[in-house]
Write a protein that binds this ligand. Sequence first.
Ligand code: ADP
Ligand code: ADP
Length: 225
Amino acid sequence: NDVLKLEQLEKSYNPGKPNAIAVLKGVNLTIPCGQVVALVAPSGAGKSTLLHIAGLLDTPDSGRVILQGQDMTGAKDAARTAARREALGFVYQFHHLLPEFTALENITLPQLANGTSRKAAEARARDLLARVGLTERAGHRPSALSGGEQQRVAFCRALANAPALLLADEPTGNLDPGTSETVFSALMELVRATGLSALIATHNLELAARMDRVLRLTDGQLVEA
Ligand code: ADP
Ligand code: ADP
């Protein structure tokens, strides 16, 4: 039972032009349900390209993206958007929380958009906030939270609609080492408690080593580190 399968992904930018660049040259990856995978790559190796394709935000030139057993490669935009909303959670280096809403509201809103009742959405938001130690911060806007707190709220928002797969791009990249450690631990506890599968890009090899498996993106291919 695999949550994600990437088969022979290839992706180039500016094909046929003098500045052409082949970024992915046959990427293969299978993530079984519940597995947490670290993606390690030097800057420019194609990590964002890979995460965008896995997250159905971009399409490969060739190869297949299979999400929960469904081939999404040639799927229509509406189906890709629906799959993104229902099956995927995203976390970035910057939190991207809505500044005019509280922490609780930032976690509630995506659930309302997916048809969850307000009562159930708020209950889930409070439960997620409690899991990352932010019960007391539910009513604060992002500007009133520390960087580490903002990022923990962003994790809760990513998990709000109970996705099958979390895609994270340097989730602690903006934080100082101490905060980074605390925030990463909170993320891992959240992921483990919910049985979530995850693909987490990081430059931090110590954090990578705490995941189930470490993959390196090098010369357009994924290799076990
Ligand atoms: P990473 O996230 O590992 O830093 P990216 O996936 O962002 O790498 O980029 C990989 C390579 O592809 C880089 O050389 C980058 O300059 C290039 N690239 C990324 N996006 C585009 C684009 N839209 N057009 C042209 N080149 C791009
Ligand atoms: P970067 O990785 O370049 O620093 P950010 O961390 O600021 O980027 O996150 C912005 C990213 O969100 C963009 O790269 C963009 O491709 C991506 N994105 C665009 N639309 C969506 C969407 N609907 N859901 C999630 N991410 C999206």
